[in-house]
Design a binder for this molecule. Structure first.
Ligand code: NAI
Ligand code: COI
Ligand code: MG
Length: 374
């Protein structure tokens, strides 16, 4: 398959982790005889410094004219970016604008525990073992996108939350269809005891649910859902929710798996698809070779799945599982590790390339080169 991939490394750890995803994709293209053409473009603080805007026209055009987008992370940590009164000069705004322009109304975030990583989560093994669910987050509506204002005295601000039936309906169908391929259960998360938008969500979701009689639907208030996520995460199959709640709950859910550095997301909708880690730019780790690249590499696997390259995606997941199994992991998963971002990425791409001359040693100094793995 020929694929033209727009790569937006961004800021902070973005360039380091996205490089590992690119290496994995390149290795896949070699092994499966695909042609993947990568083209890098600017986004975020680096784009502001070089062009004066967080999402340059050139970047947007590239994304609109390629098959798919691989995004790193944006945001530099310097408040001069995040607090800039001009929205065009805020890195997060670039991500929102990109989502809107590419029609990415659905965001899929799988949360799954790795059998060999139970010790990395602060939660008890008996609670988290076997957790496997997906958060379907609405991505181009709600409070992040509606009207905002600050009065002249700068002592009163508003963020309006708005949703239409159409916006709710289209993602609800996708969530139910996903549930049909899994364990046939959708949990809709809202705050319908307080919010008008949540009451609309409930009505619309209930209406759509008639088309999927084989799928069980239940509702949870978001505060209860936040508690249930850490008390009994195995109860969930597909969580369907609005933009803000999905953003917050997915970061919380990462604690179940052991690190936010493990979780990736796929965004799709009316035009293009985009793949990125769920974490942000972790500016404190920039350039230190300590960021976990697995979330970004999983996002590459999700990209492959999106194009029907199932075997290829499986191999990427297998490589990641091997890295974890052999403790070739970063600091967030093993405080005594001798491996960094690059080494984990190298392990994964070498595994894909089936190299038999690896000279990796795990933390117990046991040789774990490819020849001993397969
Ligand atoms: N999509 C994006 O890239 C977005 C980025 N931002 C920006 O990101 C910056 C940082 O935000 P934070 O709230 O600190 O969140 P963050 O996700 O960057 O980091 C929070 C914590 O998560 C952990 N972490 C995150 N990624 C990791 C990785 N790959 N490996 C290991 N540990 C990891 C670290 O312990 C870190 O201290 C801010 O400047 C913010 O504006 C904001 C919105 C969207
Ligand atoms: C721009 C933000 C809403 C990004 C974010 O935190 C996310 O999508 O997880
Ligand atoms: Mg977030």
């Amino acid at each position: 398959m020929n694929l033209k991939i727009a790569v937006l490394p961004g800021d902070g750890i973005g360039p380091e982790v996205v490089l590992q995803a690119k290496k994995a994709l390149y290795a896949i293209s070699v092994m499966f005889d695909h042609e993947f053409i990568f083209e890098d473009a600017l986004i975020g603080a680096v784009a502001i410094d070089k062009t004066g805007t967080a999402l340059p026209e050139q970047t947007l055009n590239l994304c609109l004219n390629t098959d798919v987008v691989l995004l790193g992370t944006v945001g530099d940590g310097d408040p001069k970016y995040d607090n800039n009164p001009d929205a065009q000069k805020r890195p997060s705004q670039a991500v929102l604008k990109l989502r809107k322009e590419l029609g990415l109304f659905a965001n899929k975030r799988p949360i799954k525990t790795y059998a060999t990583l139970m010790h990395s989560s602060p939660l008890k093994r008996e609670i988290i073992e076997g957790t496997d669910f997906i958060i379907f987050r609405e991505l181009t509506g709600g409070i992040y996108f509606s009207d905002k204002s600050l009065n002249d005295e700068k002592n009163k601000a508003t963020d309006v939350c708005e949703y239409s039936e159409e916006e709710i309906t289209r993602i609800t169908h996708l969530a139910f269809q996903a549930a049909q391929k899994r364990r046939n259960k959708v949990t809709m998360v809202d705050k319908a005891n307080v919010l008008e938008t949540s009451r609309l969500w409930r009505n619309v979701v209930q209406k759509v649910a008639y088309d999927y009689p084989d799928v069980e639907l239940n509702f949870l208030f978001v505060d209860t859902a936040a508690m249930q996520l850490v008390l009994n995460p195995r109860q969930f199959d597909v969580i369907l929710t609005e933009n803000l709640f999905g953003d917050i709950l997915s970061d919380e859910a990462s604690a179940i798996t052991g690190s936010i550095g493990l979780l990736a997301s796929a965004s799709f909708g009316t035009k293009k698809a985009l793949f990125e880690p769920i974490h942000k730019s972790f500016p404190q780790a920039k350039g230190k070779n300590i960021a976990n690249p697995i979330a970004s590499i999983v996002s590459a696997a999700m990209l492959l799945e999106h194009f029907g390259l199932t075997e290829e995606a499986k191999l990427v997941h297998e490589a990641i599982e091997k890295a974890i199994e052999y403790n070739v992991v970063t600091l967030d998963l093993n405080p005594g590790t001798s491996f960094g971002t690059n080494e984990v990425g190298e392990f994964v791409s070498n595994f894909i390339l089936n190299k038999d001359d690896l000279m990796y040693f795990n933390n117990d100094n046991v040789h774990i080169g490819q020849s001993t793995i397969v």
